[in-house]
Design a protein around this ligand. Structure first.
Ligand SMILES: [Zn+2]
Ligand SMILES: [Zn+2]
Length: 346
């Protein structure tokens, strides 16, 4: 079969490899769709040895059951499934609570991260990673497993702040941010304020549920303050899907006393925290959290939201042979939704 693999630092290749055999407890999936994620770019750029290589990329996957391995029951051939990408240890206190995204033993392990992923015609995964998707399109389901799940989990974490009448600022309307806006609109009565540098992203934000859309320029903090008022008021929650230095500074400057700073992006910015009241300090009673991906139960809820028609991922479709092109567009910031590779498409 063909597989798009990380082969060395800064190097990805389309290669031909043997089709995997499902081992005990595993299921072989015919991949219908695999999403391309910013995290993959971090993996491609990471120092040699940080991730296994060669390894097939792709941690946002959906498809159909092709074969089940020894000891697997309850799944039938051709059933449509999404794949929960995280592989926790299953034994630590966090995993026992269902929080494999906070595993104390395996940091950020997963399908397409620490073992072969779904940018291939087939992928073998533990049966415990599967969630049935019914008649949901696989090209929709694949991005939900990360681009949908990660913002859903972030919103779950900050949900105590997202009461009716609250204001939630969403910084970055990309693959994750455009899902966050829809999830907020579907599950809260908060006022949603979208922030992005691209006009096209702001236009999209307005179409999918944002009440305000603000350009991420030097005037952004003032415009948000016009909406939420001066300190100690502010945004009840700020979800930063970028986390570059300027977006972190913006987030800290508009969050309310007692608000939530929810930092999801991986752009490498630094947030300095100075307890106490001051022009650069984060207000009293502010909670700062760094959520990671989400739980299996939350993925089930995201799939349910999508099946009810309340959220949908904007996707740009590529054939498996276009995987490299998909990552290049992602790196260049030229995608308006999620790039999804479709290995089973003709
Ligand atoms: Zn990802
Ligand atoms: Zn664990």
């Amino acid at each position: 079969m063909r597989a798009f693999r990380l082969t060395a630092q800064h190097r990805t290749e389309m290669v031909t490899v043997p089709t995997p055999e499902p081992g005990p407890g595993e299921v072989l999936i015919k991949v219908g769709a695999a999403g391309a994620c910013h995290s993959d770019l971090h993996m491609i750029d990471a120092p040699a040895g940080a991730f296994p290589a060669p390894m097939t990329l792709g941690h946002e996957n959906a498809g159909w059951i092709e074969a089940v391995g020894p000891g697997v029951s309850g799944w039938r051939k051709d059933e449509a499934v999404a794949i929960y990408g995280i592989m926790g240890c299953g034994r630590c206190s966090a995993c026992l609570q269902g929080r494999e995204n906070a595993c104390r033993v395996i940091p950020a392990g997963g399908i397409g991260i620490s073992r072969d992923g779904g940018m291939a015609e087939y992928v073998s995964v533990p049966a415990s990673r599967l969630i049935a998707i019914g008649d949901l399109d696989v090209a929709q389901a694949a991005p939900l497993t990360d681009a949908g799940l990660t913002p859903y989990h972030a919103i779950q974490v900050a949900r105590p702040a997202l009461l009716p009448g609250a204001t939630c600022v969403v910084i970055g309307v990309g693959g994750l941010g455009h899902m966050a806006i829809q999830i907020l609109a579907a599950t809260t009565a908060a006022r949603i304020v979208a922030v992005d540098v691209r006009q096209q992203a702001l236009d999209l934000a307005g179409q999918i549920g944002a009440h305000e859309a603000i350009a991420a320029d030097e005037d952004a903090a003032r415009k948000i303050r016009e909406l939420v008022g001066p300190p100690p008021r502010g945004a009840d929650a700020v979800l930063d899907f970028v986390c570059a230095a300027p977006t972190l500074a913006l987030a800290a400057s508009v969050v309310s006393t007692g608000g939530w700073l929810v930092l999801i992006g991986l752009a490498g910015g630094n947030l300095s925290i100075t307890p106490g009241v001051g022009s650069t300090g984060i207000p009293f009673e502010t909670r700062t959290v760094i959520p990671f991906w989400g739980t299996r139960a939350e993925l089930g809820e995201v799939i349910a939201l999508a099946r009810s028609g309340r959220i949908s991922a904007r996707v740009e479709r590529f054939p498996l042979t276009g995987a490299q092109a998909a990552y290049e567009k992602l790196r260049a910031g030229e995608l308006s939704g999620r790039a999804v590779v479709l290995p089973a498409a003709a």
